[in-house]
Design a binder for this molecule. Sequence first.
Ligand SMILES: CC(C)(COP(=O)(O)OP(=O)(O)OC[C@H]1O[C@@H](n2cnc3c(N)ncnc32)[C@H](O)[C@@H]1OP(=O)(O)O)[C@@H](O)C(=O)NCCC(=O)NCCS
Length: 160
Amino acid sequence: MTPEDVAAVHALEQRLFPVDAWPLQMFVDELSQPETRSYVVAEGASGIVGYAGLMCIEPIADVQTIAVVPESEGRGIGSTLLAALIAEARQRRAADVLLEVRADNPRAQQLYLRFGFEQIHVRPRYYRDGVDALIMRLQLSGAPAEQTSVDQTNKEAGQP
Ligand SMILES: CC(C)(COP(=O)(O)OP(=O)(O)OC[C@H]1O[C@@H](n2cnc3c(N)ncnc32)[C@H](O)[C@@H]1OP(=O)(O)O)[C@@H](O)C(=O)NCCC(=O)NCCS
């Protein structure tokens, strides 16, 4: 994700997270901290169809956001974005990847479970509309980043 992408990403953000969309400035601020942040976009023929971001302050990496437009869901874009974040976390030598997910979002939870995330906590009424947050964690093996391969990523994704 580059600064030129922010307007399009923010438009998607408002559509995909109507209750708690990030303000545009949040994306600008995140992109201005490349030493601890890494953001990616997925581009289709019509423009950006997904985006995701990671914060990594050793030894913990956090999935800050991940989203795919409804018209492009179920085609592996979310998995590809998540695999990219996990690869980045490994490269940055994180021990764990953490994330928060709405308790009423089984689709996203399913994606995370497939990658080996496990639920470790619940934050009651974390979201503005009173929904709980599930805290999920993926423990990274500690393998050196250079050993991270497409095979490894596929294994995490539960793909052959
Ligand atoms: C959660 C989200 C990011 C998933 O993105 P996605 O692109 O649909 O994810 P994928 O396509 O990789 O995987 C979703 C499902 O499609 C299936 N799938 C993947 N590739 C496929 C393909 N080529 N053909 C058919 N199905 C496929 C996967 O098996 C998966 O099934 P599962 O959910 O039962 O495990 C997306 O639904 C989203 O943005 N939701 C709204 C925002 C949101 O909730 N973000 C998460 C906040 S914590």
